[in-house]
Design a binder for this molecule. Sequence first.
Ligand code: 4AD
Ligand code: MG
Length: 430
Amino acid sequence: MDWVYINEVAKHVGKEVEIKGWLYNKTHKGKLWFLLVRDGTGIIQAVAFKDDVDEQTFENCDKLTQESSLKVMGKISEDKRAPGGYELQVHKLEIIQVAEDYPITPKEHGTTFLMDHRHLWLRSSRQHAILKIRHEIIKASRDFFDNRGFVLVDTPIFTPAACEGTTTLFETDYFGDKVYLTQSGQLYSEASMMSFGKVYTCSPAFRAEKSKTRRHLTEFWLVEPEMAFFDFEDNMKLAEDHVTYIVERVLENKKEELKVIERDTAPLENVKPPFPRISYDDAVKMLQDEGIDFEWGGDFGGTDETIISEKFDKPLFVHRFPAAIKAFYMKRDAEREELALGCDLLAPEGYGEIIGGGQREDNLEILLKRIKEHNLPREAFEWYLDLRKYGSVPHSGYGLGIERTLAWICKLKHVRESVPFPRMIYRTTP
Ligand code: 4AD
Ligand code: MG
Protein backbone atom coordinates (compact mmCIF):
# COMPACT_ATOMS: atom_id res chain seq x y z
CA MET A 1 0.00 0.00 0.00
CA ASP A 2 1.25 3.50 -0.83
CA TRP A 3 2.41 5.74 1.98
CA VAL A 4 1.24 9.24 1.11
CA TYR A 5 1.61 12.62 2.76
CA ILE A 6 -1.57 14.44 3.69
CA ASN A 7 -0.87 17.37 1.35
CA GLU A 8 -0.90 14.90 -1.55
CA VAL A 9 -4.15 13.03 -0.83
CA ALA A 10 -6.03 14.89 -3.59
CA LYS A 11 -4.10 12.73 -6.08
CA HIS A 12 -5.31 9.54 -4.39
CA VAL A 13 -9.10 9.94 -4.21
CA GLY A 14 -10.82 6.54 -4.30
CA LYS A 15 -7.55 4.71 -3.54
CA GLU A 16 -6.30 2.79 -0.56
CA VAL A 17 -3.39 4.60 1.10
CA GLU A 18 -1.37 4.60 4.28
CA ILE A 19 -0.79 7.75 6.35
CA LYS A 20 1.84 7.96 9.07
CA GLY A 21 1.59 10.64 11.70
CA TRP A 22 0.33 11.77 15.06
CA LEU A 23 -3.10 12.13 16.63
CA TYR A 24 -4.09 15.79 16.84
CA ASN A 25 -7.55 15.32 18.31
CA LYS A 26 -10.40 12.81 18.36
CA THR A 27 -14.12 12.56 19.01
CA HIS A 28 -16.46 9.63 19.41
CA LYS A 29 -20.06 9.13 18.31
CA GLY A 30 -21.69 5.70 18.72
CA LYS A 31 -20.01 3.31 16.32
CA LEU A 32 -17.78 6.03 14.86
CA TRP A 33 -14.41 7.48 15.77
CA PHE A 34 -13.35 10.76 14.15
CA LEU A 35 -9.60 11.11 14.34
CA LEU A 36 -7.69 14.22 13.31
CA VAL A 37 -4.32 12.99 12.13
CA ARG A 38 -1.40 15.28 11.29
CA ASP A 39 1.82 14.35 9.51
CA GLY A 40 3.66 17.67 9.21
CA THR A 41 2.25 18.44 5.77
CA GLY A 42 -1.36 18.78 6.84
CA ILE A 43 -4.25 17.46 8.91
CA ILE A 44 -6.81 14.92 7.75
CA GLN A 45 -9.93 13.51 9.34
CA ALA A 46 -9.82 9.73 9.56
CA VAL A 47 -13.18 8.08 10.24
CA ALA A 48 -13.31 4.58 11.72
CA PHE A 49 -16.69 2.82 11.54
CA LYS A 50 -16.98 -0.16 13.86
CA ASP A 51 -18.48 -2.46 11.23
CA ASP A 52 -15.70 -1.70 8.70
CA VAL A 53 -12.62 -2.36 10.85
CA ASP A 54 -11.21 -5.23 12.84
CA GLU A 55 -11.69 -5.28 16.59
CA GLN A 56 -8.07 -4.34 17.30
CA THR A 57 -8.32 -1.22 15.16
CA PHE A 58 -11.47 -0.04 16.92
CA GLU A 59 -9.82 -0.65 20.31
CA ASN A 60 -6.75 1.24 19.14
CA CYS A 61 -8.90 4.27 18.35
CA ASP A 62 -10.05 4.22 21.95
CA LYS A 63 -6.50 3.93 23.30
CA LEU A 64 -5.04 6.78 21.27
CA THR A 65 -4.13 9.86 23.27
CA GLN A 66 -3.23 13.31 21.93
CA GLU A 67 0.10 13.15 20.04
CA SER A 68 0.24 9.34 19.93
CA SER A 69 2.12 8.19 16.84
CA LEU A 70 0.30 5.91 14.41
CA LYS A 71 -0.14 4.40 10.98
CA VAL A 72 -3.58 4.44 9.49
CA MET A 73 -4.74 2.70 6.31
CA GLY A 74 -7.91 3.41 4.38
CA LYS A 75 -9.62 4.94 1.38
CA ILE A 76 -9.42 8.63 0.49
CA SER A 77 -12.64 10.39 -0.40
CA GLU A 78 -13.54 13.96 -1.10
CA ASP A 79 -15.68 15.57 1.61
CA LYS A 80 -16.37 19.29 1.55
CA ARG A 81 -17.31 19.31 5.26
CA ALA A 82 -14.07 17.71 6.44
CA PRO A 83 -11.12 19.93 7.43
CA GLY A 84 -8.91 20.15 4.34
CA GLY A 85 -11.71 18.83 2.08
CA TYR A 86 -10.70 15.13 2.17
CA GLU A 87 -11.39 12.24 4.48
CA LEU A 88 -9.85 8.86 5.13
CA GLN A 89 -12.24 5.91 5.66
CA VAL A 90 -10.22 3.78 8.04
CA HIS A 91 -9.71 0.07 7.43
CA LYS A 92 -6.85 -0.49 9.80
CA LEU A 93 -5.01 1.51 12.44
CA GLU A 94 -1.71 0.62 14.10
CA ILE A 95 -0.33 2.42 17.10
CA ILE A 96 3.39 3.15 17.12
CA GLN A 97 3.46 4.73 20.56
CA VAL A 98 0.72 5.80 22.95
CA ALA A 99 1.75 9.29 24.07
CA GLU A 100 1.84 10.09 27.77
CA ASP A 101 -0.43 12.89 29.02
CA TYR A 102 0.45 15.71 26.61
CA PRO A 103 1.23 18.90 28.51
CA ILE A 104 -0.11 21.27 25.83
CA THR A 105 -3.89 21.03 25.61
CA PRO A 106 -6.40 23.18 23.73
CA LYS A 107 -6.90 25.30 26.88
CA GLU A 108 -4.96 28.59 27.30
CA HIS A 109 -1.40 28.30 28.59
CA GLY A 110 0.91 31.07 29.83
CA THR A 111 3.87 32.20 27.73
CA THR A 112 6.50 30.89 30.16
CA PHE A 113 4.87 27.48 30.18
CA LEU A 114 4.73 27.39 26.39
CA MET A 115 8.32 28.61 26.05
CA ASP A 116 9.48 25.94 28.53
CA HIS A 117 7.75 23.41 26.28
CA ARG A 118 8.92 24.96 23.03
CA HIS A 119 10.12 21.53 21.80
CA LEU A 120 6.48 20.37 21.91
CA TRP A 121 4.81 23.72 21.21
CA LEU A 122 6.32 23.61 17.69
CA ARG A 123 3.64 21.02 16.84
CA SER A 124 0.72 23.39 17.37
CA SER A 125 -0.93 24.68 14.21
CA ARG A 126 -0.06 28.32 14.81
CA GLN A 127 3.64 27.72 15.49
CA HIS A 128 3.74 25.31 12.57
CA ALA A 129 2.33 27.98 10.26
CA ILE A 130 4.74 30.68 11.49
CA LEU A 131 7.77 28.47 10.92
CA LYS A 132 6.60 27.55 7.44
CA ILE A 133 6.44 31.25 6.63
CA ARG A 134 9.96 31.58 8.07
CA HIS A 135 11.11 28.93 5.61
CA GLU A 136 9.48 30.85 2.75
CA ILE A 137 11.22 34.10 3.75
CA ILE A 138 14.64 32.43 3.79
CA LYS A 139 13.98 30.57 0.54
CA ALA A 140 12.67 33.75 -1.12
CA SER A 141 15.76 35.67 -0.01
CA ARG A 142 18.07 32.99 -1.38
CA ASP A 143 16.15 32.89 -4.68
CA PHE A 144 16.15 36.68 -4.90
CA PHE A 145 19.95 36.87 -4.73
CA ASP A 146 20.60 33.70 -6.70
CA ASN A 147 18.42 35.01 -9.54
CA ARG A 148 20.43 38.22 -9.61
CA GLY A 149 23.82 36.58 -9.95
CA PHE A 150 24.93 36.91 -6.34
CA VAL A 151 27.23 34.22 -4.96
CA LEU A 152 26.54 32.70 -1.54
CA VAL A 153 29.80 32.92 0.41
CA ASP A 154 29.64 31.80 4.04
CA THR A 155 31.28 33.75 6.84
CA PRO A 156 32.82 32.47 10.10
CA ILE A 157 31.08 32.31 13.48
CA PHE A 158 34.28 32.62 15.58
CA THR A 159 35.80 36.02 14.91
CA PRO A 160 38.72 38.01 16.29
CA ALA A 161 37.10 41.42 15.65
CA ALA A 162 33.95 43.31 16.66
CA CYS A 163 31.71 44.39 13.78
CA GLU A 164 28.86 46.12 15.57
CA GLY A 165 30.43 47.77 18.63
CA THR A 166 32.03 46.23 21.68
CA THR A 167 29.11 46.33 24.11
CA THR A 168 27.22 43.29 22.80
CA LEU A 169 30.10 40.86 22.25
CA PHE A 170 29.91 37.26 23.38
CA GLU A 171 33.45 36.32 24.26
CA THR A 172 34.66 32.77 24.31
CA ASP A 173 37.88 30.94 25.07
CA TYR A 174 39.56 29.55 21.98
CA PHE A 175 42.42 27.29 23.12
CA GLY A 176 43.64 30.01 25.45
CA ASP A 177 42.92 32.89 23.07
CA LYS A 178 39.98 35.23 23.18
CA VAL A 179 37.52 35.17 20.28
CA TYR A 180 33.97 36.44 19.81
CA LEU A 181 30.82 34.96 18.35
CA THR A 182 30.07 36.92 15.20
CA GLN A 183 27.71 39.90 15.41
CA SER A 184 27.43 40.10 11.61
CA GLY A 185 29.19 38.53 8.64
CA GLN A 186 29.64 41.91 6.97
CA LEU A 187 33.39 42.44 7.30
CA TYR A 188 34.05 39.03 5.74
CA SER A 189 31.44 39.63 3.06
CA GLU A 190 33.34 42.77 2.13
CA ALA A 191 36.36 40.55 1.50
CA SER A 192 34.41 38.03 -0.61
CA MET A 193 32.64 40.88 -2.46
CA MET A 194 36.10 41.93 -3.72
CA SER A 195 36.44 38.46 -5.24
CA PHE A 196 32.91 37.89 -6.60
CA GLY A 197 31.43 41.38 -7.09
CA LYS A 198 28.05 40.52 -5.54
CA VAL A 199 27.80 38.17 -2.57
CA TYR A 200 25.44 37.30 0.26
CA THR A 201 25.43 35.24 3.42
CA CYS A 202 22.65 33.71 5.45
CA SER A 203 23.99 33.04 8.89
CA PRO A 204 23.33 33.22 12.62
CA ALA A 205 24.51 36.32 14.49
CA PHE A 206 25.05 36.72 18.21
CA ARG A 207 24.68 39.75 20.41
CA ALA A 208 24.80 39.97 24.17
CA GLU A 209 21.67 42.10 24.29
CA LYS A 210 20.87 42.77 27.90
CA SER A 211 17.60 44.44 27.00
CA LYS A 212 14.42 42.49 27.51
CA THR A 213 12.24 43.74 24.66
CA ARG A 214 9.89 42.21 22.14
CA ARG A 215 12.51 42.73 19.40
CA HIS A 216 15.74 41.38 20.85
CA LEU A 217 17.19 37.91 20.67
CA THR A 218 20.77 37.02 21.59
CA GLU A 219 21.00 34.61 18.65
CA PHE A 220 19.28 35.55 15.39
CA TRP A 221 19.65 35.07 11.64
CA LEU A 222 20.89 37.62 9.16
CA VAL A 223 20.71 37.70 5.37
CA GLU A 224 23.50 40.05 4.28
CA PRO A 225 24.27 41.09 0.70
CA GLU A 226 27.42 43.08 -0.14
CA MET A 227 27.95 44.70 -3.54
CA ALA A 228 30.97 46.27 -5.25
CA PHE A 229 30.32 49.59 -7.03
CA PHE A 230 26.91 50.06 -5.35
CA ASP A 231 26.40 53.43 -3.76
CA PHE A 232 24.07 54.36 -0.97
CA GLU A 233 21.05 54.79 -3.29
CA ASP A 234 21.67 51.54 -5.22
CA ASN A 235 21.76 49.77 -1.88
CA MET A 236 18.36 51.10 -0.78
CA LYS A 237 16.86 50.17 -4.14
CA LEU A 238 18.07 46.59 -3.75
CA ALA A 239 16.73 46.35 -0.19
CA GLU A 240 13.36 47.66 -1.37
CA ASP A 241 13.14 45.03 -4.12
CA HIS A 242 14.25 42.30 -1.72
CA VAL A 243 11.57 43.06 0.87
CA THR A 244 8.92 43.45 -1.83
CA TYR A 245 9.86 40.04 -3.22
CA ILE A 246 9.74 38.36 0.19
CA VAL A 247 6.25 39.70 0.85
CA GLU A 248 5.02 38.69 -2.63
CA ARG A 249 6.31 35.15 -2.16
CA VAL A 250 4.67 34.77 1.24
CA LEU A 251 1.35 36.11 -0.08
CA GLU A 252 1.53 33.75 -3.02
CA ASN A 253 2.81 30.54 -1.45
CA LYS A 254 1.70 30.71 2.16
CA LYS A 255 -2.00 31.59 1.92
CA GLU A 256 -3.13 28.73 4.18
CA GLU A 257 -0.56 29.58 6.83
CA LEU A 258 -1.56 33.26 6.81
CA LYS A 259 -5.14 32.12 7.37
CA VAL A 260 -4.16 29.85 10.28
CA ILE A 261 -2.48 32.77 12.05
CA GLU A 262 -5.39 35.07 11.10
CA ARG A 263 -3.12 37.66 9.47
CA ASP A 264 -4.96 40.52 7.80
CA THR A 265 -3.15 40.53 4.45
CA ALA A 266 -4.33 43.98 3.27
CA PRO A 267 -1.30 45.82 4.76
CA LEU A 268 1.01 43.27 3.13
CA GLU A 269 -0.60 43.68 -0.31
CA ASN A 270 0.41 47.31 -0.01
CA VAL A 271 4.14 46.57 0.17
CA LYS A 272 5.19 47.86 -3.26
CA PRO A 273 8.04 50.14 -4.30
CA PRO A 274 8.89 52.90 -3.94
CA PHE A 275 9.22 52.92 -0.14
CA PRO A 276 9.33 56.37 1.43
CA ARG A 277 12.82 57.65 2.33
CA ILE A 278 13.12 60.12 5.15
CA SER A 279 16.25 61.63 6.66
CA TYR A 280 17.21 61.19 10.29
CA ASP A 281 16.71 64.96 10.67
CA ASP A 282 13.09 64.66 9.52
CA ALA A 283 12.46 61.59 11.65
CA VAL A 284 13.65 63.56 14.71
CA LYS A 285 11.26 66.39 13.81
CA MET A 286 8.44 63.88 13.50
CA LEU A 287 9.06 62.65 17.03
CA GLN A 288 9.34 66.18 18.38
CA ASP A 289 6.06 67.13 16.68
CA GLU A 290 4.46 64.25 18.57
CA GLY A 291 5.62 65.92 21.76
CA ILE A 292 8.38 63.39 22.39
CA ASP A 293 11.43 64.63 24.23
CA PHE A 294 14.04 63.51 21.69
CA GLU A 295 17.27 65.37 21.01
CA TRP A 296 19.10 65.38 17.68
CA GLY A 297 22.04 62.99 17.97
CA GLY A 298 20.31 60.24 19.92
CA ASP A 299 19.58 56.72 18.69
CA PHE A 300 15.95 55.69 18.20
CA GLY A 301 14.57 53.28 20.74
CA GLY A 302 11.89 50.70 19.99
CA THR A 303 9.08 53.11 20.94
CA ASP A 304 10.49 55.89 18.74
CA GLU A 305 10.64 53.53 15.76
CA THR A 306 7.08 52.41 16.45
CA ILE A 307 5.85 56.01 16.42
CA ILE A 308 7.66 56.80 13.16
CA SER A 309 6.69 53.59 11.36
CA GLU A 310 3.03 53.86 12.39
CA LYS A 311 2.81 57.04 10.30
CA PHE A 312 3.39 55.05 7.09
CA ASP A 313 1.50 52.23 5.45
CA LYS A 314 4.64 50.81 3.82
CA PRO A 315 8.14 50.01 4.98
CA LEU A 316 10.21 53.20 5.06
CA PHE A 317 13.88 54.08 5.00
CA VAL A 318 15.43 56.37 7.54
CA HIS A 319 18.84 57.52 6.29
CA ARG A 320 21.83 59.73 7.10
CA PHE A 321 22.17 59.13 10.81
CA PRO A 322 24.61 60.97 13.08
CA ALA A 323 27.89 59.14 12.51
CA ALA A 324 28.52 59.12 16.27
CA ILE A 325 25.78 56.53 16.86
CA LYS A 326 26.74 54.26 13.96
CA ALA A 327 29.43 51.65 13.32
CA PHE A 328 33.06 52.56 12.49
CA TYR A 329 32.88 51.27 8.89
CA MET A 330 30.17 53.65 7.66
CA LYS A 331 31.09 56.18 5.00
CA ARG A 332 30.37 59.81 5.82
CA ASP A 333 28.12 62.09 3.80
CA ALA A 334 30.37 64.30 1.66
CA GLU A 335 28.07 67.29 2.23
CA ARG A 336 27.74 66.88 5.99
CA GLU A 337 30.70 65.22 7.68
CA GLU A 338 28.73 64.54 10.88
CA LEU A 339 26.34 62.20 9.04
CA ALA A 340 26.89 58.55 8.10
CA LEU A 341 25.59 57.11 4.83
CA GLY A 342 23.64 54.49 6.73
CA CYS A 343 20.02 53.50 6.27
CA ASP A 344 17.57 51.51 8.34
CA LEU A 345 14.39 50.05 6.94
CA LEU A 346 11.48 50.31 9.37
CA ALA A 347 8.58 47.91 8.90
CA PRO A 348 5.06 49.35 9.11
CA GLU A 349 2.30 48.56 11.64
CA GLY A 350 4.66 49.75 14.35
CA TYR A 351 7.28 47.04 13.86
CA GLY A 352 10.39 49.16 13.39
CA GLU A 353 13.84 48.24 12.11
CA ILE A 354 14.19 45.08 10.05
CA ILE A 355 17.22 46.14 7.95
CA GLY A 356 20.39 48.06 8.74
CA GLY A 357 23.01 48.91 6.13
CA GLY A 358 24.66 51.57 3.99
CA GLN A 359 27.75 52.56 2.08
CA ARG A 360 31.12 51.52 3.53
CA GLU A 361 34.19 53.67 4.07
CA ASP A 362 36.55 52.71 1.24
CA ASN A 363 39.52 55.00 1.99
CA LEU A 364 42.38 53.41 3.93
CA GLU A 365 43.46 56.53 5.90
CA ILE A 366 39.93 57.44 6.94
CA LEU A 367 39.06 53.89 7.93
CA LEU A 368 42.19 53.69 10.06
CA LYS A 369 41.21 56.93 11.76
CA ARG A 370 37.72 55.53 12.50
CA ILE A 371 39.14 52.35 13.99
CA LYS A 372 41.22 54.52 16.35
CA GLU A 373 38.26 56.79 17.20
CA HIS A 374 36.20 53.75 18.11
CA ASN A 375 39.02 52.39 20.30
CA LEU A 376 39.15 49.18 18.30
CA PRO A 377 42.40 47.17 18.26
CA ARG A 378 44.11 47.74 14.90
CA GLU A 379 45.72 44.24 14.90
CA ALA A 380 42.34 42.55 14.66
CA PHE A 381 41.48 44.65 11.59
CA GLU A 382 44.73 44.40 9.59
CA TRP A 383 43.19 41.94 7.14
CA TYR A 384 40.14 44.22 6.75
CA LEU A 385 42.40 47.21 6.07
CA ASP A 386 44.07 45.19 3.30
CA LEU A 387 40.78 45.40 1.39
CA ARG A 388 41.37 49.18 1.15
CA LYS A 389 44.97 48.68 0.00
CA TYR A 390 44.39 46.32 -2.88
CA GLY A 391 41.86 47.65 -5.36
CA SER A 392 39.47 49.47 -3.01
CA VAL A 393 36.10 50.36 -4.58
CA PRO A 394 32.95 52.14 -3.45
CA HIS A 395 30.67 49.45 -2.04
CA SER A 396 27.55 48.96 0.02
CA GLY A 397 25.46 46.31 1.69
CA TYR A 398 22.88 45.61 4.35
CA GLY A 399 21.64 43.02 6.79
CA LEU A 400 18.04 41.85 6.99
CA GLY A 401 17.03 40.27 10.30
CA ILE A 402 14.98 37.15 9.56
CA GLU A 403 13.16 37.09 12.91
CA ARG A 404 12.17 40.76 12.86
CA THR A 405 10.95 40.42 9.28
CA LEU A 406 8.94 37.32 10.15
CA ALA A 407 7.52 38.96 13.29
CA TRP A 408 6.23 41.80 11.13
CA ILE A 409 4.89 39.64 8.30
CA CYS A 410 3.07 37.39 10.78
CA LYS A 411 2.19 40.32 13.06
CA LEU A 412 3.62 38.56 16.12
CA LYS A 413 3.56 40.25 19.50
CA HIS A 414 7.09 39.11 20.29
CA VAL A 415 10.08 38.04 18.23
CA ARG A 416 10.49 34.87 20.35
CA GLU A 417 7.87 33.04 18.26
CA SER A 418 9.76 33.74 15.04
CA VAL A 419 12.61 31.31 15.65
CA PRO A 420 12.30 27.59 16.44
CA PHE A 421 14.35 27.72 19.66
CA PRO A 422 14.74 31.31 20.86
CA ARG A 423 17.77 32.50 22.79
CA MET A 424 17.17 35.55 24.93
CA ILE A 425 18.73 37.10 28.00
CA TYR A 426 16.83 34.78 30.37
CA ARG A 427 16.36 31.82 28.08
CA THR A 428 18.77 29.19 26.78
CA THR A 429 16.43 26.17 27.10
CA PRO A 430 15.05 24.02 25.61
O1 4AD B 1 21.49 47.05 12.05
P1 4AD B 1 22.44 45.92 12.31
O2 4AD B 1 23.19 45.95 13.58
O3 4AD B 1 23.42 45.90 11.06
C1 4AD B 1 24.48 45.06 10.90
O4 4AD B 1 24.74 44.11 11.59
C2 4AD B 1 25.25 45.30 9.64
N1 4AD B 1 26.60 44.77 9.80
C3 4AD B 1 24.51 44.61 8.50
C4 4AD B 1 25.17 44.84 7.17
O5 4AD B 1 25.24 45.98 6.74
N2 4AD B 1 25.61 43.78 6.53
O6 4AD B 1 21.65 44.54 12.23
C5 4AD B 1 20.96 44.17 11.05
C6 4AD B 1 19.58 43.64 11.38
C7 4AD B 1 18.66 44.62 12.11
O7 4AD B 1 18.07 45.53 11.23
C8 4AD B 1 17.66 43.67 12.74
O8 4AD B 1 16.70 43.26 11.79
C9 4AD B 1 18.52 42.47 13.08
O9 4AD B 1 19.67 42.55 12.30
N3 4AD B 1 18.91 42.47 14.50
C10 4AD B 1 18.33 41.71 15.45
N4 4AD B 1 17.31 40.83 15.39
C11 4AD B 1 16.95 40.21 16.54
N5 4AD B 1 17.57 40.41 17.72
C12 4AD B 1 18.60 41.30 17.82
N6 4AD B 1 19.20 41.48 18.98
C13 4AD B 1 19.02 41.99 16.65
N7 4AD B 1 19.98 42.90 16.39
C14 4AD B 1 19.89 43.17 15.07
MG1 MG C 1 20.68 48.58 13.16
